[in-house]
Design a protein around this ligand. Structure first.
Ligand code: E4P
Length: 217
């Protein structure tokens, strides 16, 4: 499973990219607003930090303007992926942009039928939002399961990009189900490495090593 980080904070992206564990970045208008920066400028900087796919979302809701915005965004860098909302105009734009050889990420997916449509429109990625479904007492992970079955039934190439991830358990369960990618907030992504028994075990090993009085170097 690939790991994308879900943020427009370039300091966080640099830190994670330096680990060698980062495969890409997703942004959305809310994350760009939170960064307080100019959209195109921040996307350009993110694309210079990572060679992985970087999702940049259109702001328009009508087909013609989405296409114009997408054509502007793809000029920023080769690794820009156009993020489009799951609407009829968004799917139509997805079909056009895919036909033109661009990568697309269809976002705000909350049902298996929406994911089926996105795959038929040729989306590179579909972004089902787990956390937002859980927030309203539905089952976000069940949606990932359904989409996995449907995409495998028809050999769709569209990759499942599990989004709106809130917990380490979401990441684990997405990996078990077989999501292709998980886009994870920086703190949750960094938190995956933590286990109290790892900390406790390391502390004991270091204490015993000190008792030997040896040094490797
Ligand atoms: C995905 O591409 C979205 O940017 C993101 O995962 C949404 O997460 P949220 O529901 O925590 O805002």
């Amino acid at each position: 499973m690939k790991f994308f980080v879900d943020t427009a904070d370039t300091a966080e992206i640099k830190e994670l990219a330096a680990t060698g564990l980062l495969d890409g970045v997703t942004t959305n208008p809310s994350l760009v607003a939170k960064s307080g920066r100019q959209f195109k400028e921040v996307i350009a900087e993110i694309c210079s930090i990572t060679d992985g796919d970087v999702s940049a979302e259109v702001a328009a809701t009508d087909y013609d303007t989405m296409i114009k915005e997408a054509r502007e965004l793809v000029k920023i860098a080769n690794n820009v992926v156009i993020k489009l909302p799951l609407t009829l105009d968004g799917l139509k734009a997805c079909k056009t942009l895919t036909g033109d050889g661009h990568k697309t990420n269809v976002t705000l997916c909350f049902s298996a039928n929406q994911a089926l449509l996105a795959a038929k429109a040729g989306a590179t990625y579909i972004s089902p939002f787990i956390g937002r479904l859980d927030d309203i007492h539905l089952d976000g992970l069940e949606l990932i399961r359904e989409i996995r079955v449907i995409y495998d039934n028809y050999d769709f190439d569209t990759q499942i990009l599990a989004a709106s991830i809130r917990t380490a358990n979401h990441v684990r369960d997405c990996a078990i189900i077989g999501a292709d990618v998980a886009t994870v907030p920086p703190a949750t992504l960094k938190g995956l490495v933590k286990h109290p028994l790892t900390d406790k075990g390391l502390e004991a090993f270091l204490a015993d090593w000190a008792k030997t009085g040896q040094s490797i170097l």
